[in-house]
Design a protein around this ligand. Structure first.
Ligand code: G6P
Ligand code: ZN
Length: 543
């Protein structure tokens, strides 16, 4: 088998974002584009000679072609082994688990997560390190530096590798091991949760729906929920991964998972509903007539984790991203554990998990997870909910009402302004940043500003610092507005406005969040002028 060295030149814009490199699929399909980036990853991590990498993706359009290229490049760069999910499929948490369980040198995950897939949609690639988690900024900085100086890449010439059949084969001296993408992940879930208790719940007449959104968790959810736990056949819908996610937007939130929301709000709704995203790391939880926001879900899971066998000894600590609501902070304070506030992006939890400082982590962007892997994990969150419902024997709405009565309610919502022209979006953010010092003590839409800053984070484990991670404005009575630009978009800029208000009066914890947040929404607009400057009447997406 011949190894070819291909001359190339740097391609602009290959800077990894919040979660690897995400671009339009057709951008990735340009000559040398994928190859340059893959070689830059290899160079940035000090080469792959003699190494073993896990490789898999969410099955979106171009997943199959890109995997063939990656494997040929691994072989040409002297890698010893590639552990590949059958058909090139691996959910992100399952890939994280395989990296850890097999003690590999990391992995390559092909996904643009919750972004739509297809020739005219999005594709992505990220490198996870040997701990199973997204590469740290120091690694992605090295990869980015390589993309700016790359002059050649290496690839072997070969026929396509058969990824449909489990087993081992040779590719230019590298072993390609095709493995069942589901089996070891299932076994991990079985070790964490009380499957008998959940089986009992599902036998007792409790009904549920899981919407896999035509994405990668379909086979995982079927194997675990229907085959092992005995949920009725058909509980998992949209369970076959498709390259364009059935033409949908595989993001588990009330907007993109509307059919599930409609079902859960109807009179004959099942007891429990859940969904996950393109690559299986995000989750949405909804009870009969009761949507549970990601920040609240994290708080409820933290308050009840000890009901599941793996967390019986209690949690070492919890962590949330800065824009996530402070609901979990209130739980941590009451049970007496540490709570860390990190920048947006799962990679920032890695050190806390590795160092045993945090057991549970979560983000407002529908990610929840624990120290069982180093990624957020959609199905894990669903199973922890099922485990706690099996023990509590209460409807979801009751669990939420009890939680708010005990801890107070952090009303929360995120308003997104999508595809804003980049210069304008930057200008709006700069404008708020310029006024941060003068805001405290002033009033905005009648609310007093008690503090304002730009979030920066020093990792307590390795001392590294991440600056400019979002603008925070604090209001009297526990209100907060946060402004930041999305790091995962592929077109223009998305301005995210995160809104929060604390309600401690038990008689007032069942308001509509948008109404409860009205004063903070008005103050945020007065400070930022987003609507007036973009000429929009309101956000494109409200979560
Ligand atoms: C990805 C990461 C998450 C992060 C999210 C933020 O999904 O895996 O950890 O919370 O991006 O996205 P944003 O678009 O707000 O930068
Ligand atoms: Zn995802």
């Amino acid at each position: 088998m011949e190894t070819i060295t291909v001359e190339t030149r740097p391609i602009d814009g290959q800077k990894p974002g919040t979660s690897g490199l995400r671009k339009k699929t057709r951008t990735f399909m340009q000559p040398h584009y994928l190859e340059n980036y893959v070689q830059s990853i290899f160079d940035g991590i000090g080469g792959v000679e003699g190494k073993t990498l896990v490789v898999g993706g969410d099955g979106r359009y171009f997943n199959d072609r890109a995997i063939q290229v990656i494997l040929r490049m691994m072989a040409a760069n002297g890698a010893a082994r590639a552990v590949v999910g059958r058909e090139g499929l691996l959910s992100t948490p399952a890939a994280s688990n395989l990296i850890r369980e097999r003690g590999t040198d990391g992995g390559l995950i092909l996904s643009a997560s919750h972004n739509p897939g297809g020739h005219d949609e999005d594709f992505g690639l990220k490198y996870n390190g040997p701990n199973g988690g997204p590469a740290s900024e120091s690694v992605t900085d090295k990869v980015f530096a390589r993309t700016k100086e790359i002059a050649q890449y290496r690839i072997v010439e070969s026929q396509d590798i058969d990824l449909a059949t489990e087993g081992e084969s040779d590719l230019g001296g590298m072993t390609v091991e095709v493995t069942d993408p589901v089996a070891s992940y299932c076994a991990l879930m079985e070790r964490i949760f009380d499957f008998d208790a959940i089986k009992g719940l599902l036998k007792s007449g409790f009904t549920m729906r899981f919407d896999a959104m035509h994405a990668v968790t379909g086979p995982y959810a079927r194997a675990i929920l229907e085959d092992r736990l005995g949920a009725a056949p058909g509980t998992v819908v949209n369970a076959t991964p498709s390259p364009d996610f059935g033409g949908g937007h595989p993001d588990p939130n009330p907007i993109w998972a509307k059919p599930l929301m409609d079902e859960m709000m109807s009179p004959d709704a099942p007891d429990f509903g859940a969904a996950s995203d393109g690559d299986g790391d995000r989750n949405m939880i909804v009870g009969k007539g009761c949507y549970v926001g990601p920040s609240d879900s994290l708080a409820v899971l933290a308050a009840n984790a000890q009901l599941a066998p793996a967390y019986r000894e209690g949690l070492k600590g919890v962590a949330r991203s800065m824009p996530t609501s402070g609901a979990v902070d209130r739980v941590a304070a009451e049970i007496g554990i540490d709570c860390y506030e990190t920048p947006t992006g799962w990679k920032f939890f890695g050190n806390l998990l590795d160092a045993g400082r945090a057991t549970l982590c979560g983000e407002e962007s529908a990610g929840t997870g624990s120290d069982h892997v180093r990624e957020k994990d959609g199905l894990w969150a669903v199973l922890l909910w099922l485990n706690l419902l099996a023990e509590k024997k209460q409807p979801v709405a009751q669990v939420m009402a009890d939680h708010w009565a005990r801890f107070g309610r952090n009303y929360y919502s995120r308003h997104d302004y999508e595809a804003v022209e980049s210069d304008l979006a930057n200008d709006i953010i700069d404008g708020i940043r310029d006024r941060l010092d003068s805001l405290p003590g002033s009033k905005a839409a009648g609310l007093e500003v008690t503090g304002a800053d730009e979030f920066s984070y020093t990792d307590p484990v390795d001392g590294s610092t991440a600056r400019a991670q979002g603008l925070r404005i604090f209001f009297e009575g526990g209100g907060r507005a946060v402004f930041r630009l999305s790091g995962t978009g592929t077109e223009g800029a998305t301005i995210r406005v995160y809104l929060e208000r604390l309600e401690l009066d038990p008689a007032r914890t069942d308001q509509d969040p948008q109404e409860a947040l009205e004063p903070v929404i008005a103050a945020a607009e007065e400070i930022s002028g987003i609507r007036s400057r973009t000429g929009r009447s309101g956000p494109d997406v409200v979560t």
